[in-house]
Design a protein around this ligand. Structure first.
Ligand code: C2O
Ligand code: CU
Ligand code: CU
Length: 475
């Protein structure tokens, strides 16, 4: 598209925007091309800083981006490689970078007690030794995670491995990476952030940073890898072409599963094969959210060429965690701010988990749901959901790091095991306003849980004490 074309397009979209906020249907809106995600190689510098968002033609609204883009650059790392990055904080506020879904040592996890000050840098280096899958990164500063993410800070982080290679899944221009979220702008076109303790929701969608996106795909089998990067919104994804679920937070599922709809809460990821073989070039297929009635992405079907991909009956072999004993811990998520009656204390250890032991945790949606519950430092398997929806869904099989808990008394049991590193990690609600306002806990993974518990107890009584780090810093 030439300059003139782009200008004309923006004019049209500006009018549409004003109409939209007055409730005019999205069908009258010109769609904007889905931008591909820029990549960033290992060893480069990741810079959170201010960016112009250009959500409307008046353009120039300020937000935050990594290396000038929203979403931030994509990392692709193979299992067995060492991830290395320098983070340089170009914001006026403290930030951290958390690698959601990855398992770094605690001091690389972006914990809020470990901030990067404005203008400062931090080197991050850790081995990536986990299954292939779609992960992501975002800020995690104390009390300001929600506003920084809302303003644009988030990016994707893909891990690849040989098991996945062997399946010959659709790649190249048959692989779409989608960061879904919602947004809201004011009259001037600036992103508005409201610190709404019940969870901030916007009034239009962004896909890879653009409102009302469109793209083209061949009439073949395509792979869609999707993140819900919203602060608080739950999406219910539907489409008119056959959609087969192949993976989620922790990578590939054991077997593929044809689904009609997928419910995704903030932080969750899914991996699907969208089969467009039944569509002629010229047709349009939409990826929609039936909960909001938004057409998130229009897909123009084009001639796709040969398609030799055959869906395997088996995708992966997944270890099943077992635990026959009673519940090890119970967490009640109450209102918008507390877990078991307590607000987050950044400096204290709420509980200690023995290294390598499989535990059964019971998550209880006491009030204020939906709560998407997320665990750092490891993955879990969902054992049961009782009350509320009272069942488990295909995208909740295998390994997870975030699980959606609706209200209606939902109680979810998960099996979890931390066997990578000792040290301090986080468990929290991933509705970011809930997290910022206190619905979060520090826990410590330890090979010597009695000793760790003793220290935690002293800290609860007398405040943080100076002890050698539980996990030795890597040199
Ligand atoms: Cu995606 Cu603790 O966060
Ligand atoms: Cu995380
Ligand atoms: Cu919550």
């Amino acid at each position: 598209m030439g300059l003139l074309g782009a200008g004309g397009f923006y004019l049209a979209s500006g009018l549409a925007f004003r109409e939209m906020s007055e409730g005019i249907s999205q069908d009258s809106l010109p769609r904007r091309a889905l931008p591909p995600l820029p990549a960033l190689a290992n060893g480069e510098t990741l810079r959170p800083g201010p960016v112009s968002l250009h959500l409307t033609p008046e353009g120039g609204q300020m937000g935050f981006g990594y290396n000038g883009t929203v979403p931030g650059p994509l990392f692709r790392v193979r299992r067995g490689e060492t991830f290395e990055q320098v983070i340089e904080n170009g914001l006026d506020d403290e930030t951290t970078v958390h690698w959601h879904g990855l398992v770094p040592p605690p001091e690389m996890d972006g914990h809020p007690a470990d901030p990067i000050h404005p203008g400062a840098t931090k080197s991050v280096r850790f081995p990536v030794n986990q299954r292939a899958g779609l992960n992501w990164y975002h800020p995690h500063p104390h009390g300001h995670t929600a506003s920084q993410v809302w303003n644009g800070l988030a990016g994707l982080f893909i891990v690849a491995d040989e098991e996945e290679d062997a399946l010959g899944l659709p790649g190249g221009d048959r692989e779409l990476l989608l960061v879904l979220r919602d947004a809201e702008i004011n009259e001037a076109g600036d992103l508005i952030y409201r610190d709404d303790i019940t969870g901030n929701e916007g009034n239009f969608p962004l896909v890879n940073g653009v409102p009302w996106a469109r793209t083209e795909l061949g009439n073949v089998q395509n792979r869609l890898r999707i993140l819900n990067g919203s602060n608080a919104r739950v999406f219910t994804l539907t489409t008119t072409a056959p959609m087969t679920l192949i993976g989620n937070d922790g990578g590939l599922l054991d077997t593929p599963k044809l689904v009609d709809a997928i419910e995704m809460s903030p932080g969750e990821r899914v991996d699907v094969i969208l089969d467009l073989r039944g569509h002629r070039p010229g047709a349009t297929v939409a990826l929609t959210c039936s909960a909001s009635d938004w057409r998130l992405l229009d897909i123009g079907v084009v001639e796709g060429g040969e398609d030799t991909f055959e869906m395997p009956a088996r995708l992966s072999t997944i270890e099943t965690l077992v635990h026959d004993g009673p519940i090890d811990r119970e967490f009640r998520f109450e209102g918008d701010t507390t877990i078991n009656g307590r607000l987050y204390d950044m400096n204290l250890t709420a509980f200690v988990v023995p290294f390598g032991k499989t535990e059964r945790w019971r998550l209880n949606s006491a009030q204020g749901a939906p709560h998407p519950i997320h665990v750092h430092g490891g993955h879990f398997q969902i054992q049961s959901r009782t009350g509320g929806r009272n069942r488990l869904y295909p995208w909740e099989k295998g390994w997870k790091d975030t699980v959606l808990m609706w209200g209606g008394g939902e109680v979810i049991d998960i099996l979890v095991r931390f066997d990578a590193y000792e040290g301090r990690y986080l468990m929290h609600c991933h509705k970011l306003e809930h997290e910022d306002h206190g619905m979060m806990m520090n826990f410590v993974v330890s090979k010597n849980p009695e000793e760790a518990e003793r220290i935690a107890e002293l800290e609860r009584l007398y405040g943080p004490i100076c002890t050698p780090p539980l996990s030795p810093l890597s040199t």
